[in-house]
Design a protein around this ligand. Sequence first.
Ligand code: NAP
Length: 275
Amino acid sequence: MADVSTAVLPLNSGVAIPQVGLGVWQTARGETTQAAVASALRIGYRHIDTARIYGNERDVGIGIQQSGLLRSQVFVTTKLWNDDQGYDSALRAFDASLARLGLEYVDLYLLHWPVAGRRLDSWRALERIHADRRARAIGVSNFLATHLDELLARAQIMPAVNQIEVSPFLQQRETRSSCGRHGIVVEAYSPLTHGQRLGHPAITKIAKRVGRSPAQVLLRWGIQHGMVVLPKSTREARIRENAAIFDFELDADAMTTLDGCEEGLATGWDPRTQP
Ligand SMILES: NC(=O)c1ccc[n+]([C@@H]2O[C@H](COP(=O)([O-])OP(=O)(O)OC[C@H]3O[C@@H](n4cnc5c(N)ncnc54)[C@H](OP(=O)(O)O)[C@@H]3O)[C@@H](O)[C@H]2O)c1
């Protein structure tokens, strides 16, 4: 049986991505991030999702070092922030991210946001970084189907992933089906609805029926839909709970109920506003 350390999905770059990653947005820099990363890796996570704008790349690097795992055992993602978009500025920003992480390569480098007028130049920089083998895979984040169409018409290298907000309450069906058609893996961010729907009656009812927590039900829904899920927590017990999602299954009834929860809930920013 798969578990958090072995469950992976294949990317179009030939790299395998662990299906659960620890998110560290709003995880305070310093000891808090170092401890969250180190305990996740001890529990069995093999994937950490950070970004330049989270301000904790340095601590992610320290946490990985503290884990004692080999570099090749941990899948590390970081992202290009909006201020750094553009060809030369993206290359410089990537160097700075690598230096803060204390790594020679990342596993995945993402355009954090589809910045109008600059995203295509930024993508060329990511292609260069990939060709130089300093990112094993490259991808995008917050790209809707229209942004993907524009990129795919010009890209030399296909994005390996699209990291978007997905939960039963925001299912992004059009973008997910576009990703599916193009062999792009969807990474679900804020898969726990940023904490906003953990008490929703549909979730608590299923959780009770399967003997799991609401968080585990939400994550399992994402896993069964073939997505990568990126739960964030700074508490060891929750980090452990969010990993324990490979020893049960949601039946067809539960999946249908969850699939029926759509309400357009964007808990963070909403790329529908981005031209
Ligand atoms: N690409 C992007 O634009 C983008 C945007 C947003 C997020 N992300 C990524 O996605 C990750 C996750 O998203 P997120 O941080 O917005 O939200 P999330 O993972 O949906 O929810 C995190 C919230 O849920 C709580 N929580 C975690 N596990 C729990 C559990 N088992 N039971 C009850 N509460 C629990 C956390 O509190 P505690 O920490 O106190 O446990 C926190 O308040 C981010 O860290 C980041 O890596 C990417």
